[in-house]
Write a protein that binds this ligand. Structure first.
Ligand SMILES: C=C(O[C@@H]1C=C(C(=O)O)C=C[C@H]1O)C(=O)O
Length: 420
């Protein structure tokens, strides 16, 4: 199933350098309606309005979106005075975790403001000339959520732990090696939630993560599924988690224990292998570090591996098609992939929607960044559905996994609370 809104005339895009104070946050430019965001350490792109979009679903959701983008950009007229990854014509995208159910989308904003290496630019997209300066109008003040109440999502903690125990038993029987199981929480506010509020909190509190928003799905993910930039492909694989205590000395000891934990190293190895196997065919050379490092986030620490490769010129492939090849990695699916994905559908008891799917952006050359939509929530009017999951292996303990989900809820939980 595919539907799209595309103007009949070719799109006209123009990118110009903006004289902007780099200390000002790009988030402050976002209007209330239809904001789009991809930011890390103050750099990245924000956008709003909709010049064109496509919605896809099913097993061909990536291929259909990619083909539409190739046609659209092939016909577009682009005047790019900035020439950086993310300038010129770009689309933001968010893809469903599973083939079914769930909708995926690419959205081409009417206005994009980007920043990279201290240079800020403005891109406008239309069917004709737009008044460039007129697009940075003052925006409505950000509304703090009020009256937030949290409740269990599809499964309460007890039921979710029994699902984890079931998965551990199946792993023990040899049905599979690893499966990632997630759960959700529901937050309800008095009024419609203004996504700009949690985006500002997340960008401030998790600067090392990618803060994103596409059509209601927002979050701050630490995990980069794939970045393609001028022939270089990189991926940050995470798997193996420990909660932080807030006591720095104790946390350092925990980090050292994490780096030696055979349960976490096993879980991590599955994830790295799944990424290396999927990227290998598209790369002429490839580097996988021998052992992971520990990534310190404010709420948790992860075992992390940065994989890098050079795209094989004989097999040109867009960043979105690379994301398709990698998704779902064992960091969010399991090993073997098909068995794990079928088990998730059978026992997890909730619809992931776009949680744990690729989220990010792509430019006309096919370069782009696709993170995994983790540490995320979905806004639907007054409600926010928060998601968190954990890799389950033979040595997993349901109670410890439940505690891990609680630690992973923290970023979005705090971000939707009135004063974080
Ligand atoms: C599934 C999530 O996180 C994934 C699972 C991890 C783990 O089990 O250790 C670590 C990072 C992510 O790859 C999530 O945050 O919802």
């Amino acid at each position: 199933m595919t539907s799209f809104a595309e103007p009949h005339a070719p799109l006209v895009a123009r990118s110009v350098v903006l004289d902007q104070d780099t200390a000002s946050s790009l988030l402050d430019l976002l209007p209330d309606r239809g904001p789009l965001c991809w930011l890390r350490r103050g750099e990245g792109i924000v956008g709003w309005g909709e010049a064109a979009s496509i919605r896809t679903a099913g097993a061909d959701r990536f291929a259909d979106a990619d083909a539409w983008w190739t046609t659209l950009t092939g016909r577009a007229v682009v005047r790019d005075e900035v020439n950086r990854p993310g300038s010129g014509l770009v689309a933001f995208g968010s893809f469903a975790f599973a083939d079914a159910p769930g909708e995926s989308m690419l959205v081409v904003p009417e206005v994009v403001v980007g920043r990279r290496g201290g240079v800020t630019w403005l891109t406008t997209v239309s069917r004709g000339g737009l008044d460039v300066e007129g697009h940075l109008a003052p925006v409505e003040p950000v509304r703090a959520p009020s009256g937030i109440v949290f409740a269990d999502g599809a499964l309460d903690g007890e039921r979710w732990m029994s699902v984890v125990a079931d998965a551990v038993a199946r792993i023990g029987r040899g049905d599979l090696e690893k499966v990632v199981l997630a759960r959700d929480l529901l937050a309800t506010a008095d009024d419609d939630v203004d996504v700009r509020w949690p985006l500002q909190r997340l960008a401030e509190d998790y600067p090392m993560c990618w803060t994103f928003h596409v059509e209601g799905l927002f979050g701050a993910t630490p995990e980069m599924l794939v970045r393609r930039e001028r022939g270089l492909v990189t991926s940050r694989v995470l798997a193996g988690t420990i909660r932080r205590t807030g006591d720095d000395e104790h946390d350092l000891a925990l980090a050292a224990a994490l780096a030696r934990s055979s349960k976490d190293l096993e879980e991590h190895e599955y994830a790295v292998r799944s990424v290396a196997d999927a990227l290998g065919p598209y790369c002429s050379s490839f580097n996988v570090p021998e052992s992971p490092f520990v990534l310190h986030l404010p709420n948790v620490m992860h075992l992390a591996t940065d994989v890098a490769g050079v795209v094989d010129d004989a097999r040109p492939v867009s960043s979105l098609r690379l994301a398709e090849a990698l998704h779902p990695s064992a960091a969010v699916g399991g090993t073997p992939t098909e068995v794990a994905v079928a088990l998730i559908e059978a026992i997890e008891g909730m619809d992931r929607g776009r949680y744990a799917g690729p989220v990010g952006w792509m430019d006309a050359a096919g370069d782009g960044e696709w993170g995994i939509a983790l540490r995320s929530g979905l806004i639907e009017g007054r409600t926010v559905r928060l998601f968190a999951g954990c890799g389950i292996v033979g040595a997993s303990d349901p109670e410890a996994e439940l505690a891990e989900t609680q630690a992973k809820f923290v970023p979005v939980r705090d971000a939707v609370s009135p004063s974080a």
